[in-house]
Design a protein around this ligand. Structure first.
Ligand SMILES: *Cc1c(COP(=O)(O)O)cnc(C)c1O
Length: 456
């Protein structure tokens, strides 16, 4: 098909939507390292994990060999409310940049929660419901994951208890209220409802909370209430599996028009959208069928890939969760108050970490003010108000397109536009007023938290 026939937005029909998720681990020669029990140092068994997570999700978590998992019909029906998501050719951005590069983005912000997180939220809620559970618990920082999970649980009639970091609960009322619209209970963390919360409040009465503390409260609530399990919105293998729907749809749409990306770019917090976007393309690369460049983009304020260490570490600050082998800055690392809340995790998916260690992927870190400048440039020509997290990928794509302009190469770039920024306007305000800065941790800061890595 000739180049100028490619529509501005490529929409697939419902029938063209993928029927299965793709498990990238099946094609990895070096499998991601297993989760370890912090008490025994041994790999977590299914029965240990089933105390915290839903049964079927535990199977997905531990399965390194099954390439495809059929997407249950109920989940496909839910996906149809907002999927397939559009693959957009960024003609206006190309024009603005005067680049010979062709730029595509996969837009995941077309749902009320405003991000890709809904793709896994509905899957996790579905398996909890199927297991006959009453409800699920989780934590949320800025609120994207809590909002997505609330929508999924509201749809399925499942109880959803969200522990929201207290400072966000007080300063960001919008997502909090959206969660309540969908029927969730939202508790500011630390709270008086858990042992760990009461202990922290007694010790630090004025604390505004942290993600690590909210995780500990959510896990305690799940394990101490019959019929409840804990769910997590990123990092885990199962989450990357569900997010493969992003990459599969992208690949189907591109194949339909005979387009092959040269460079695939995504922002990386815990790695779920990036892992999902690259999955089928990385599969081809691992099987030796095609070659692509993959670029993870992280904030300079929380640079797990580019400045972290590949080691076993706790997933939470409270050190109650299993140990994961990943690129990490140390579970005690406290990133500066960066506005890309979704990219503040100290570690990275074990799958992506192994691929990065094996040289299949690249990573770059970018500074916050540059990210917001790229976000505005993008909003003005492409119309969409991007989430700060997503704008990390925009900046990296723009940088690659500018390089093409210098070299004259007509590369095809695909990037993940993970969400919208309507709830992030305080951050945009800080950018406009010049109050925003790009805080970069010193080598000493990182060395200090890495010195506390658990000995495995
Ligand atoms: C949570 C979030 C991210 C980062 O999470 P990953 O698991 O790394 O994908 C990126 N973009 C948006 C809009 C988010 O809400």
């Amino acid at each position: 098909m000739s180049e100028n026939k490619i529509p501005y937005k490529i929409y697939l029909s419902e029938d063209e939507m993928p029927a299965s998720w793709y498990n990238l681990r099946a094609d990895m020669k070096n499998k991601p390292a297993p989760l370890l029990n912090p008490g025994t140092g041994q790999p977590m068994t299914a029965s240990e994990l089933e105390g915290v997570f839903c049964k079927e999700l535990v199977q997905q978590e531990l399965d390194n060999d099954t390439a495809y998992f059929a997407i249950p019909q109920e989940i496909r029906d839910f996906y149809k409310m907002y999927r397939p998501s559009p693959l957009v050719r960024a003609y206006c951005l190309e024009e603005k940049l005067q680049t010979p590069a062709k730029i595509y983005y996969k837009f995941e912000g077309n749902n009320t929660s405003g991000s890709h997180k809904l793709n896994s939220a509905i899957a996790q809620a579905y398996y909890a419901k199927k297991q006959g559970l009453k409800g699920v618990t989780t934590e949320t920082g800025a609120g994207q994951w809590g909002t997505a999970l609330s929508m999924a649980c509201g749809y399925l009639g499942l109880d959803c208890r969200v522990f929201m970091v207290k400072c966000s609960y007080e300063q960001k009322p919008f997502r909090r209220e959206v969660m309540k619209v969908y029927g969730s209970s939202v508790t500011p963390s630390p709270s008086e409802t858990t042992n760990v919360g009461r202990k922290i409040l007694a010790e630090f009465p004025g604390t505004t909370g942290s993600l690590g503390c909210a995780i500990s409260e959510a896990v305690e609530t799940a394990v101490s209430n019959p019929g409840y399990r804990y769910v997590l919105g990123s990092v885990l293998n199962q989450v990357l599996l569900h997010q493969s729907v992003i990459g599969l749809e992208s690949k189907i749409a591109m194949d339909k028009y005979g387009v092959k990306p040269d460079i695939i770019i995504g922002c990386a917090g815990g790695g779920s959208n990036l892992g999902g976007l690259i999955a089928p393309f990385m599969g081809e690369k691992l099987r030796g069928e095609a070659d692509y460049r993959f670029i993870a983009v992280e904030p300079a304020s929380c640079p797990s890939f580019t400045r972290g260490k590949y080691a076993y570490d706790f997933c939470d600050t409270g050190m109650v969760c299993p140990l994961a082998k990943m690129y990490t800055l140390g579970s005690s690392f406290m990133p500066s108050a960066d506005h890309a809340g979704g990219l503040r995790f100290h570690g990275m998916s074990s799958i992506l970490s192994q691929l990065y260690a094996d040289g299949y992927m690249e990573a770059v870190s970018v500074q916050q003010t540059d990210v917001f400048a790229a976000a505005e440039e993008f909003a003005r020509v492409e119309g969409i108000l991007p989430a700060p997290e997503s704008s990390h990928a925009i900046l990296a794509a723009v940088n690659e397109a500018k390089r093409c302009k210098e070299t004259g190469e007509e590369k095809t770039i695909l990037f993940g536009l993970t969400g919208t920024g309507y709830f992030d306007l305080v951050a945009y305000e800080k950018f406009h007023s010049g109050e925003m800065n790009s805080v970069i941790p010193t080598d000493e800061d990182i060395a200090r938290s890495l010195a506390q890595l658990p000995k495995v």
